[in-house]
Write a protein that binds this ligand. Structure first.
Ligand SMILES: C[S@@+](CC[C@H](N)C(=O)[O-])C[C@H]1O[C@@H](n2cnc3c(N)ncnc32)[C@H](O)[C@@H]1O
Length: 420
């Protein structure tokens, strides 16, 4: 049964967090608030409610992979459940850590992911082929570890020399497997977990106390952190930590989810392309796209990811050049216009796009209002803008909503349909 835009609008307007999933603290939550905004002389409806919450049925720990600017799994889940059925194909052109496609895979959908940053594929693809602990442990035991192996760069401010020896041995093993085209799903899983354990703030990571792996600091800055905290890198057993994180990632997976992921993975495509040009994706093959593009806020991918790139033998500077980092709205819109044209080509008739833009520059830039004409120019109809408030405060003007925390939890999603 496929929904049309009228059905979806009715659902959204009548929405309350129920269906046994509602652990909502706000008992007196009103039904969806509807505003009308005029964009390019068109009246667009904006729906405001607490459509999903992190307190809602908890996201699977399988998503616990750190990545800058990722969204909560509840966001894609809302759209996947509402707009697709098992076997439909779900796509994310700016896939990041793979939140949309991993959630879609668990829910029995087929998937395609794309992200110009190759780290995305490294973090996403292995989670479709979930190994058991014993297999991971056996593989780790076969890897030739040389405690005295050294990196070609000085990493002594991050790692105890024996830990560094293990990391370099693992890196070399993975390079060899990849060059010999022998890297299998178990190797890729180990690569994914190790990439996530490289640096962090607890003994669960390979490094001495530092920032998380998606925000690696420079060696100089780490030396200062060490001096300030009066710390020295201690030995970490990397094999044990990889096993521990593996257990944690898979701890709540049901058998059906593992099977669904496997089937989705077997039939998947993971691209590392510019989202404007994804010719590998056939015309009219996608039922739903749920995505969140790079924003105007500059994320310094080469700086933040230098250590993850080093471990995976990736040239961070080259990658950073390809990543869209628009300084102005006009530049950003020009890129996204082409993305929408491509999305229109690949979307099935009657298919959907949910395009999430967070709150940019503290809410001063209403990026959602810029997105509406981009989708319409490409050929889509705009169903409306959905605003999810995490801590709902009734107000007639949502832009006036003050959040207690710095930053905001608000997601703004522009919904489009390709008319049949
Ligand atoms: C906001 S993040 C997406 C995060 C994702 N929703 C998640 O949950 O992990 C935007 C992503 O767009 C990617 N990106 C930037 N420019 C791109 C382009 N031109 N084509 C494809 N991907 C791009 C970045 O590498 C980044 O991973």
């Amino acid at each position: 049964m496929s929904l049309n835009s009228r059905d979806v609008i009715t659902y959204i307007k009548e929405f309350t967090l129920v269906e046994g999933e509602n652990i909502n603290l706000f008992e007196d939550i009103p039904s969806t608030e509807v505003e009308h905004v005029e964009i390019n002389k068109m009246k667009i409806q904006r729906f405001v409610n607490e459509f999903w919450t992190s307190k809602q049925r908890q996201a699977s720990p399988l998503h616990e992979v750190s990545y800058r600017a990722c969204f909560k799994p509840q966001l894609p889940r809302f759209f996947i459940n509402l707009l697709t059925e098992e076997g439909d194909r779900v796509y994310d052109p700016f896939s990041g850590r793979g939140t949309t496609v991993v959630e879609a895979g668990m829910l029995g959908r087929k998937i395609i992911s794309n992200d110009i940053n190759p780290l995305s594929q490294i973090l996403t693809m292995p989670r479709f082929f979930v190994p058991d602990i014993k297999t991971v442990a056996e593989r780790l035991n076969k890897i030739p570890y040389k405690k005295d192996a050294r990196a070609e760069i000085d990493l002594s401010m991050f790692y105890h020399h024996e830990t560094e020896g293990e990391i370099v041995s693992l890196k070399n093993y993975l390079i060899e497997r990849s060059l010999a085209k022998k890297e299998d799903p178990v190797d890729s899983w180990i690569r994914m977990v190790a990439t996530n354990r490289l640096t962090g703030h607890s003994p669960g990571f390979f490094s001495v106390y530092t920032l998380p792996p998606n925000q690696a600091v420079t060696p100089d800055r780490q030396i200062k952190i060490n001096t300030n905290r009066n710390q020295k890198p201690e030995y970490r057993d990397t094999k044990k930590l990889i096993i521990k994180k593996t257990k944690s990632l898979i701890r709540k997976l049901k058998k059906t989810e593992i099977k669904n992921l496997y089937n989705a993975g077997r039939d998947s495509l993971h691209l590392t392309k510019d989202a404007r040009n994804t010719s590998e994706i056939p015309d009219e093959s996608i039922s739903l796209t749920v995505t969140s593009p790079p924003f105007l806020d500059v994320v310094q991918y080469d700086k933040d990811n230098w250590l993850r790139c080093w471990f995976n033998n990736i040239d961070a500077k080259k990658i950073a050049k390809n990543i869209t980092m628009s300084k102005t709205i006009d530049e950003w819109s020009a890129v996204m216009q082409y993305v929408f044209l491509e999305l229109y080509r690949i979307t099935k008739k009657g298919g959907w796009v949910a395009f999430e833009v967070g709150e940019v520059k503290g809410g001063k830039i209403k990026l959602d209002e810029y997105v509406v004409p981009l989708g319409i120019t490409a050929g889509f109809s705009c169903v409306g803008i959905l605003v999810n408030l995490q801590e709902f405060t009734k107000t007639s003007n949502i832009w006036g909503v003050k959040n207690n925390k710095s930053g905001t939890n608000t997601n703004r999603i522009v919904m489009f349909i390709k008319d049949s």
